[in-house]
Design a protein around this ligand. Structure first.
Ligand SMILES: [Zn+2]
Length: 174
């Protein structure tokens, strides 16, 4: 049994954020508690999505709630995504990169196939902000963050803030 009830948000440069997350083999009470905790973190930090590595857990799970509410939160376990349509640039932020914002290219439409907390497979088609959230959260499961997708100028602007986050991380891990 793994106790996920005390997970907290991880910030860059925590190592788990750069790792490829592992498939969830069994959906049990531990995973259900993890999902619950992830939704809590997302709502508390006023996000619209959160992936396992952002809760410090190296597992392929994310939660999304486009209006940031508990009621509309949905859990996606072992998701696969199929982005399509045209590519749109839009401002994005990330709970694991506080203070960093920039335009990121994403596909306008995205189909997700995933397993829910009852072990049932489902498919959902997202457009606009929802499609963007799916692609953003899926990136986290691949060890990728918006800082890797920013354009040249935004990357330069983010540089100093990234250095600050590295310093904060060093200080907190002392
Ligand atoms: Zn993020």
């Amino acid at each position: 049994m793994t106790d996920y009830s005390h997970c907290t948000i991880t910030h860059y440069p925590t190592a788990v954020l750069r790792e490829k997350a592992q498939p969830i083999e069994e959906i049990n009470d531990d995973i259900r508690r993890l999902a619950e905790r992830m939704v809590d973190i997302m709502v508390e930090t006023k996000g619209v999505g959160l992936a396992g590595p952002q809760a410090g857990v190296n597992l392929r799970i994310f939660v999304v709630s486009i209006d940031g509410t508990n009621e509309n939160a949905r859990v996606y376990i072992n998701p696969t995504i199929k982005p399509e349509g045209k590519v749109v640039a839009f401002e994005e932020g990330c709970l694991s990169l506080p203070g960093i914002f920039g335009k990121v290219n994403r596909y306008a439409k995205c189909t997700v196939t995933a397993t829910d907390l009852d072990g049932h497979e489902f498919t959902e088609v997202g457009e606009g902000l929802l499609a963007r959230a799916f692609q953003h959260e899926f990136d986290h499961l691949e060890g990728m963050m918006i800082k890797d997708r920013l354009g040249y100028a935004a990357k330069l602007r983010a540089k100093r803030r990234l250095k600050q986050l590295e310093k904060e991380y060093d200080e907190n891990s002392k």
